[in-house]
Design a protein around this ligand. Structure first.
Ligand code: RIB
Ligand code: CA
Length: 322
């Protein structure tokens, strides 16, 4: 199996953190860089969260670069009511001792793709502000990216407004730029990600991960519940699906479509208007997930990290004589 290289642009974020854990835990993925954007919470918090997760999980050789604090146009949105003011729910990680690189996220994205054309899968799981800025600075990234996968959008319903999903709604102009750039956007939207729910049985399997499950995965995966949803069965691990698509696209049934982003609608701003009948498609839209195989893959990847942490803890814990 060829190792796939991934650059992850994110706004940690509960599910972003779980996506980072997957990108780190899957030994068939090589996380080349993490870039952060303001989104779920402010940029300073999404960046701090990425740094804390990097040190806690042990991928300290992977550069973290901060990007845009918010959209170029319009007000900055957040989802702190879902992710908590800090962005990781009630998970408290040690403060980072290592700083982000002193390079803007946009330049990290451009430089990485330029240096390895056709090799790096660009995955964006927050608002698309950094990606749009990178396109404006270097349009050739559409040729250099091995693929471009987002968690964002929906071809039916929104989660932030009735029509718009958060990542798109947070910066509709950036999203419109991204979908019009000439590359194929793999749009892992709500219609797919709401199939990846942390049910009680999944939660029980997460608890089998030992301290990693108890102290990180379960608190991240169960922090939020929607009090207004009478049919609530569990949190959706939205962002994890985008990383899983890169690793195992065979778990996803997709259809091609043309996606246009509404930027001006009074009721529909941020809507990803999806035409599955278009003969000029710009997107590949996952519509069905092999849920059982998805969770088997994700939890096995998490178990890899659990074993790594256990071994590291044993090394750092002085063995008592006798
Ligand atoms: O709508 C879900 C998306 O918005 C996820 O990326 C989540 O992290 C939030 O950013
Ligand atoms: Ca996110």
């Amino acid at each position: 199996m060829t190792v796939k290289r991934v650059l992850l642009d994110c706004d940690p974020g509960l599910d972003d953190a779980l996506a980072l854990l997957l990108a780190h835990g899957d030994t068939e993925l090589d996380l080349v860089a993490v870039t952060t954007v303001g989104g779920n919470v402010a940029l300073e918090n999404t960046t701090r969260n990425a740094l804390q997760l990097r040190e806690y999980l042990g991928f300290t050789t992977v550069p973290v670069a901060a990007g845009a604090a918010g959209p170029a146009k319009g007000e900055a949105r957040n989802a702190a009511h879902v992710h908590g003011d800090g962005g990781l729910g009630d998970v408290e990680l040690p403060l980072p001792t290592l700083a982000p690189v002193d390079v803007h996220a946009v330049d990290i994205i451009i430089d990485a793709l330029r240096a390895a054309p056709g090799e790096i899968h660009l995955v964006a799981i927050g608002p698309l502000t950094n990606i749009a800025l990178a396109l404006a600075k270097e349009p050739r990234i559409v040729e250099w990216a091995a693929s471009f996968v987002i968690m964002g959008g929906s071809y039916t319903r929104g989660n932030t407004t009735p029509a718009a999903e958060f990542n798109i709604y947070a910066d509709p102009e950036a999203a419109a730029t991204v979908f019009a750039a000439g590359w194929e956007v793999v749009m892992v939207g709500l219609d797919l990600t709401l199939q990846a729910l942390v049910t009680d049985s999944i939660r029980e399997r997460m608890l089998q991960l030992g301290p990693l499950g108890r102290d990180l995965v379960v608190p991240l995966a169960t922090y939020w519940s929607d009090p207004e949803d009478p049919d609530w069965v569990g949190q959706a691990v939205h962002d994890v699906c985008a990383v899983a698509y890169v690793a195992h696209p065979e778990l996803f049934t997709c259809a091609r479509a043309r996606v246009e982003v509404e930027t001006a609608g009074t009721f529909t701003a941020g809507m990803t208007v999806t035409d599955f009948r278009s003969n000029t498609p710009n997107s590949l839209v996952p519509i069905a997930l092999d849920v059982e195989a998805f969770w088997d893959y994700v939890l096995e990847s998490y178990a890899t990290v659990a074993r790594q942490l256990s071994a590291r803890h044993q090394l750092s814990t002085p063995q008592l004589d006798g």
